[in-house]
Design a protein around this ligand. Structure first.
Ligand code: NAD
Length: 496
């Protein structure tokens, strides 16, 4: 057997080994015998080197005209499109999501890169009036400096691209720290940026653990902003560490998203949406529909249809095009799912399907778990309140729209929500009243597009948004510029 490929860090335009001289394994969650590669188990020295490179590269990159920065991103987007298929296959191998979804993940990176490339010729500010004569006023976007980008494993290329591309187009330099379960997709993204001509030091990649690399990176004195996507628990630490030196801090964290199915819903559509929203990416999406609140009038019929569909889902290795749901990311995540299923049973929820590991045969070497539905859940049960991040959906009965909204909002998170109804008034009421950053009508809770703001309220986020022009607001600061051409001292608020 050929030895596994060793992947290096990217620091100051060079592919280099970690100062630790240690590596960690990236293993296929569908088949533990499949070693995807060895990655650098980086230490604080590597972080210091990467931040230093980013700091040195910043003055020149920030003064590179944004359309020129955009040209590099356009090249990167085209290269990503050319490599879409191999990148998707590698992503399925390292992360487990089915190939079709891995293609979607790469496509999101392509879309984001094209979108931000175009911003190179916009990055609009404002010109406005002055209260004084012969005075010109405008606001322009300024870059901030070195950014630390810390990303999770569930969207291994899309999420690094959501952060990297707006950061670069605004004129910042970055150090990317991908999740240890999925470093290869971030590596591929950085490789493409290198090929596209990003100057040395502008983009740096350091692989390794959150405790060793992430912790040191987010607290580094030369890092001016931290963009983090991951769990609420770690996000809180990032927020606290950033506060010490007033770093800009963008947090995208957990979710417990709801689909509300009303009495007048198209039930076929609602079932389709609940299967896709609940079990797409094996339920490991921050926007996964892990709760479905259903009107009593259609509850039984909806649940029967949903269970029939979910029982029929084909689970397996995502590289098989007939497979509809892949494995969980790792053993710890499977244990988390198992323990929540026990919690659900003990809480008195009705287990309608699943509720067990899939083992033996093709499942033996992977982290597989059967798609699981709990019925008759009470909204306050832990399985209906806490993020499980696996293929477990809690179905909750309700009497009317008001109750559905109350249940939907009755959690600490606020990422995504959706309603299935044919009543336009109810759709608009829900749209207004759901405390989420994303809302869908007659579509599931997943399916964000890159030209709309992405993010959540309450304990999902801290008020920033990714994607769209909203992302530019995090990766730049406003500078207000006053040009006085009166040739005399004019005093605002005093001279009238
Ligand atoms: P995680 O919080 O465990 O890890 C996220 C990243 O932070 C990883 O790169 C990890 O190595 C790093 N990290 C861990 N501990 C750290 C520390 N002490 N200091 C600095 N960095 C540290 O999350 P995960 O398991 O990779 O991802 C799943 C979570 O991400 C879920 O909660 C999910 O909802 C959330 N998520 C949110 C969004 C969103 O946009 N809201 C999108 C995707 C995933």
């Amino acid at each position: 057997m050929a030895p596994p490929k060793v992947y290096k860090n990217f620091i100051n335009g060079e592919w280099v080994e970690s100062a630790s001289a240690h590596a960690f394994e990236n293993v296929n969650p569908a088949d533990r015998n499949d070693l995807v590669g060895l990655f650098q188990k980086s230490n604080q020295q590597d972080v210091d080197d990467a931040v230093d490179a980013a700091k040195q590269a910043y003055p020149s990159w920030k003064n590179t005209p944004p359309p020129k920065r955009g040209e590099i991103l356009y090249r990167a987007a085209r290269l990503l499109a050319e490599e879409k298929e191999p990148f998707a296959e590698l992503m399925t191998r390292e992360m487990g999501k089915v190939l079709e979804e891995a293609r979607g993940d790469v496509q999101e990176a392509i879309d984001m890169t094209f979108y931000m490339a175009g911003e190179g010729r916009r990055l609009f500010g404002q010109t406005t009036t002055s209260e004084l004569p012969n005075k010109f006023c405008m606001s322009v976007r300024s870059p901030i400096g070195v950014g630390a980008l810390i990303t999770p494993w569930n969207f291994p290329m899309a999420i690094p691209s959501w952060k990297t591309m707006p950061a670069l187009i605004c004129g910042n330099t970055v150090v990317i720290k991908p999740a240890t379960d999925t470093p290869l997709s971030a590596y591929n993204l950085v490789k493409v940026l290198e090929e596209a001509g990003v100057p040395r030091g502008v983009v740096n990649l350091v692989t390794g653990t959150g405790v060793e690399v992430g912790n040191h990176l987010m607290a580094h004195g030369d890092v001016r902003m931290v963009s983090f996507t991951g769990s609420t628990e770690v996000g809180r630490k990032v927020s606290q560490a950033s506060a010490v030196s007033f770093k800009h801090c963008c947090l995208e964290m957990g979710g417990k998203n709801v689909i509300m199915v009303m009495e007048d819903a198209n039930l076929d559509l609602a079932v389709d949406g609940s299967v896709w929203g609940g079990f797409g990416t094996t339920g490991q999406r921050c926007t996964a529909a892990s709760r479905v609140v259903v009107h009593k009038g259609v509850y039984k019929e909806f649940v029967d249809r949903l269970v029939t569909r979910v029982r029929a889902l084909k689970v397996g290795n995502g590289l098989d095009p007939t497979v509809q749901m892949g494995p969980l990311i790792n053993g710890a995540q499977r244990q988390t799912v198992e323990s929540y299923v026990e919690v659900g049973k003990n809480e008195g929820a009705r287990l309608l399907c699943g509720g067990e590991r899939l083992t033996g045969g093709e499942y033996q070497q992977g982290w597989f778990y059967a798609p699981t539905i709990f019925g008759d859940c009470h909204p306050q049960m832990r399985i209906a309140q806490e993020e499980i991040f696996g293929p477990v959906v809690s179905v909750i009965p309700c009497h009317d729209l008001d109750e559905a909204i109350e249940i939907g909002n009755g959690i600490v998170y606020g990422l995504s929500a959706s309603i299935y109804t044919r009543n336009v008034n109810n759709a608009f009421r829900a749209m207004r009243d759901m405390e989420t950053g994303i809302f869908y009508v007659n579509a599931p809770t997943i399916g964000a597009e890159t030209h709309l703001p992405f993010g959540g309220t309450k304990q999902t986020g801290n008020g920033h948004r990714e994607a769209a022009t909203a992302a530019l607001d995090f990766y730049s600061e406003w500078k207000s510029v006053y040009v006085d051409y009166s040739d005399k001292l004019q005093r605002a608020q005093i001279d009238t």
